[in-house]
Design a protein around this ligand. Sequence first.
Ligand code: B12
Ligand code: SF4
Length: 470
Amino acid sequence: MKVLLVFTRSASGVDGPRSVFSDTPVSLLTKFKDSVLQNIIKRAQFAVPPTALMVLSSIEVEGVEQHICDMRFDDLPLDGDWDLVGITVHTGLAKTAFEVARKFRERGVKVVLGGPHVTLFPDSCVSEADSLVLGEAEDLWKELLEDLKRGSLKARYQSDTLPDLSVYRPISKRALNIKRYFTTNLIQTSRGCPYRCDFCNVYVMNGNRSRHRPIAHVVEEVERFLKDDKRVFFFVDDTLNADRAYATELFTKLIPYKIQWVGQATTLLGQQPEVLEAFAKSGCKGLLLGIEGVNDATNHSHRKFQNKESALVRNIKAIRAAGICVYGSFIYGLDGDTLETPRLLYDFIEETGVDVPGINILRPIPGTALFERLASEGRLMFPKDDIYAFRYSWGQELLCKPKQIPVEDFIESYCDLTERLFTFRNAIKRTLNAPAIRPAILMFNLAYIQMYGLSRRDLRQQLFRLKQNR
Ligand code: B12
Ligand code: SF4
């Protein structure tokens, strides 16, 4: 039997920036610049394979062959003789996923949907699929494939418990075209998050505590992955340093493999010397840190307590001093933010030397506590029930009214901030100061000049439309 697993591309974002107002007239030169950049991004650092589909396609069931279609590269193989098509659905990309589902179902192919959106909003997916898989799918996927073989596919697969990560489930790259990606060395060591930031739903989907895979299994995976791909490793965990003892032991064991790796962690790493040392010695070259706001009051209003204002600057400096580049992920538009915030963010970035700043606009992701609160406060800028009006973009659209800043002032102050931060001069300065991977730091900072330029164009277009509709 032949099964196709499909990964859709995002409308705009890390898969390549595109205007979210496609009906806005733009010059030919702008169009050309946008398309060149989209292609560079597609082929550069962000083009990593979908971990979820690597996991699913590694689950072996006799007589079932699994293939992956990554729509960032491939056209949909609509005329293949598929017995089943599985599609990952993210909330901001659900419309695209449903369109793909319809195309296959019109041809009589059965479709199963899974992923974050299905886990959070299964009822909204029922009419779009023959079968739904809710939650983490390792065990359920095996059961579903067995049912497919028997011709008895169920409408819904769901488990009361999360999969036991101590079970040995080797990830294979059999279904991947290794050469097309920047790297295929993606590894997840843990799931779930012990924190409860109100704008996030990881702790809802994957549980409110970290669950780990056995260290021996992760080490074996690194060793095996190295055989066919020697490029950088990406540990996709949300918070790699959530469990200090586990992180220290794992990364100390990885030192002999001499890999280079990137991942995501909390700023607390700066005050965890044993973890920091293990990270640095095992080849960590860059970490995305969720900094969000730069003072306690702002972060606390969104239940982000792990970043302590008094230690933030020191922690980031300590991480960079250990030879690890910092991608600082900030949010502007948090409830504590005022028109003073852009200056504070700018000064903070200058003082700490963050190598790549990412300035996000607060996003009310459906299914988060934040979404519900903003809806009850009348601050959503789209109808609450129309979850598909919510879409991902690269800071190109304001989706909720900031608490303390009028919409127009917010958009203008955000644009001013990104215009000051992302200049050619700053790109060169950050590159020369970076503690490692300078070509990557240069590439990010240069790409962001263009991407935040697109963000400003779209935000001003949104503002223009809002004023027209008044
Ligand atoms: C690493 C990461 C990335 C990386 C790499 C992703 C990759 N290689 O897959 C990059 C940076 C590229 C990325 C991009 C984006 N990401 Co991201 N990313 C993550 C992160 C941290 C881990 C994802 C991961 O690899 N998990 C490991 C796999 C094994 O778990 P999983 O994806 O949940 O899959 C399991 C189940 O969901 C299910 N499943 C998934 N798909 C399917 C399909 C079928 C058919 C079935 C049966 C089951 C099934 O089975 C899997 C195994 O148990 C998550 C947070 C998180 N903890 O989930 C955010 C997260 C998934 N990303 C998110 C977002 C918003 C994005 C972007 C849209 C950002 C943007 N603006 O561009 C893009 C989307 C790109 C795209 N085309 O989908 C959101 C999604 C929110 C939502 N509710 O939909 C998350 C949850 C973060 C958050 N809290 O906001 N991301
Ligand atoms: S934002 Fe990061 S730290 Fe906060 S709950 Fe989500 S995954 Fe955990």
